[in-house]
Design a protein around this ligand. Sequence first.
Ligand SMILES: Cc1cc2nc3c(=O)[nH]c(=O)nc-3n(C[C@H](O)[C@H](O)[C@H](O)COP(=O)(O)OP(=O)(O)OC[C@H]3O[C@@H](n4cnc5c(N)ncnc54)[C@H](O)[C@@H]3O)c2cc1C
Length: 438
Amino acid sequence: MKRLIIIGGGLAGSEAAYQAAERGIDIILYEMRPEKQTAAHTTGDLAELVCSNSLGSNDSISAPGLLKEELRQLGSLIIKAADETRVPAGSALAVDRGLFAKDITERIAGHPRIKLIREEFKNIPEEGPVIIATGPLTSDAIVSDIIRLTGKKNLYFYDAISPIIDADSINWDRVFKASRYGKGGDDYVNCPMTEDEYNQFYNALMNAEKVSSHDFEDARYFEGCMPIEVIAERGKDSLRYGHMKPVGLINPKTKREPYAVVQLRLENRFGTAYNIVGFQTKLKYGEQAKVFRMIPGLENAEFLRHGSLHRNTFINAPLFLKDTLQFKNRDDLFFAGQITGVEGYMESTAMGLVAGINAAKLIKGELFNPLPKESAIGSLISYITTTEPSRFQPMNINFGIMPPLENRIRNKDEKRRFIAERAIKAINTWKGEYAEVH
Ligand SMILES: Cc1cc2nc3c(=O)[nH]c(=O)nc-3n(C[C@H](O)[C@H](O)[C@H](O)COP(=O)(O)OP(=O)(O)OC[C@H]3O[C@@H](n4cnc5c(N)ncnc54)[C@H](O)[C@@H]3O)c2cc1C
């Protein structure tokens, strides 16, 4: 039987190695640390958490909590280590980062089917199967080789993420649907601002607290993904002549162009979520809620995802990946982790789990069976493989990317509980039919 090469021993690579090894596959796992460090890692441990020691909410009716529960049901190594090294953090799952990484390193290095090699891997092997799980700080050497596969314009080094709002939380009485100059139907939701409202919003934005950048994330922004607050620093009217320009948008209530407009664009085909167009930002999450709720129509906005902007290496996955995480032109090449365009520790782990299971299936000549779309993991895969490529930006798990319930339920908690129950049921059916370890 063929062995599996995995490049990168972070969260995704470690999870993939464990899943495939438990299915009887011999693994060679390459990790370049500690010989060669990234700009954010500091140890030689596998699955080192580079920033927060919190893996996010553990509440089973939150989207991050649901994702964790699905990983538990599927026997994830990473979530097991997290549960065992947990530190008190309210409803969040936070870990003792040292113990967490040591635990995973010991289990991987001590696994009889895994050979761990501490070496930078520079060229994608011609002969697979191979999983690339080199993460948001993929080393330069292998970047050149990935570009050979994707072309330069389809491998990105920064993500610029606008907040996403729950459609049910928009005050529909204050907004209007229209496209600029009436071109393109009613595709955009417009939040009109008076001069007073604009001035207050501008001042709040200028005074809001920002997240500081890491050294290697210095403020060299591309014009197209400039944070909203950096544009605002150029002058009071800079936003009114940019993302918030009102021209060609007539408010049906006043029959006039507003002083400024914030536009919302549908985020999914279900109509349950909207993103705030051009509002990528480095404002702290609490500040985003405070400042963006000053936008007329968004007073009660529920944020399904906050905005952000940081260093990240990821491919334009909808162009290149199948729903098995195989490269479209090469069945024996898989991508896993943050490089697939998911965002976050648990999301990356989930992509490692799926790639590991599917690579093992490929080697054993078994059939693939995509994850159910009702599950959090299946929804992430659906997002990264079916989003319109020109609009593709990394995504963390949130209810906005999951299919809505057939029956509309107004109570938010009840709705989320039903979605979570449906997801766990679907995951267990999938596991029973496809992903049990034999
Ligand atoms: C500065 C920073 C802060 C972040 N903070 C958070 C946060 O607080 N919360 C959150 O959820 N997410 C955060 N993220 C995102 C986080 O990094 C990912 O969610 C997660 O670590 C991705 O897992 P991964 O396995 O894809 O990559 P990683 O965990 O980074 O693992 C990739 C591994 O590949 C190795 N590698 C790279 N190139 C090669 C090569 N050529 N050969 C061999 N090995 C190689 C690296 O050394 C690394 O160990 C942050 C990212 C960055 C860059």
